[in-house]
Design a protein around this ligand. Sequence first.
Ligand code: HEM
Length: 397
Amino acid sequence: MPEPKALPFSARDATCPFDPAAELYELQEREGLPRVPVPSPIMGEFEAVELTRYTDAKDAMSDPRLQMGFVFDPEQPRTMMNQPGNLLNYNGADHRRLRRMLTSAFTVKRIRGLLPKIEEIVDSRLDALEAAGPGADIVHEFSTPIPTLVICELLGVPYEDRESFQRRAKIGLDVNTTREEQIANLAEMDAYMGRLVAEHRRSPGDNLLGSVVRDFGDQLTEDELTGIGNMLLVAGHETTASMLSSGVALLLQNPDQLAVVRDDPEAVGDAVEELLRYCSPAIALPREAAEDMVVNGQWIEKGERVVTSLLVANRRIPGAEGDLDVLDVRRTPAPHVTFGYGPHQCLGQQLARAELRVALPALFKRFPTLALGVPEDEVDYRTTALVFAVNKLPVTW
Ligand code: HEM
């Protein structure tokens, strides 16, 4: 087995996986914009301009000349990076057309309406965790099931199918796969989601897919509906599961901060923002220059690919209070870019926040003696995928 490739734009400190590698900080200080090799199952290795500075990252993500690097191309084989309906495969008016069909499902008000359901799901997973112990894997019992159950509920996807769709999501986000694996993986995703979409066409259900079919079905092809479903199913559980696991791991290593999350309901919102800033689980936002351009005095040529390093950008936010290399849940929230910025900013961010705000305090209240079940340096982190994650998080109580 070849060694999994680490991603240069998300390199992490050898001793602390939550910290960016020293070379990323050095790049922030260096003049000019470096070009780095990026491994890709679809394109092989390619070179990209790496943006590590916060203002460069924000400028890039909101600049219409820097477009999504992978635009849906019907001539190319379909993969998760090339599928109709996936918002991340569109720019400009094409992107706006699709996004506006989905925004109403993710407003603060709509997410507030989901809170009782989220609380019920969290309670049921706390019961399951208790039944599995004393001593269990947080990833398996808690942080993966919660966002998976929520997105299943929202989309109308059967939870019983989770093992297969979770496996496909992992493959889709793994850069250490081949082009053939990615093509086969999307074919499986399409076959699965295509069947659900066909059912909703016959009889639109009382859920997000059903309402998109009801409200916009005549403006969307089957392929687009399938791609929308695939995108939401993957985006809806992988990143939030990662944040829940990372949040638990970090707080167990910082008991005074854990106490804030557990005991002060007023502080939970800000604490979650700090955890989001500090972890930045989505690591690479790829773009491509549609024309020659200058970013902070540096040339980027038309056709050049660009990646932003959110993790390190979030550690140097101009004007933010305190030392941003330190986790401090009492900090006035820094305006992080963990959910991206600009037209593609995360559609599901209010949902992710709601899940984190409910699940983290509830866990620490139910298990006041919760502790890591392995030494800190033995926690199994996944650092080579497009979403940083924890593979296993054994805990005791
Ligand atoms: C902590 C959890 C999450 C994180 C850190 C996260 C992060 C991100 C980031 C960084 C982007 C921007 C990608 C880019 O500009 O290239 C994004 C986009 C997106 N996210 Fe999330 N996300 C999270 C949860 C969710 C959830 C729960 C959903 C849906 C249920 C979701 C749905 C989406 C969608 C649909 C997009 C594409 C938006 C567009 O292109 O217009 N995300 N997310």
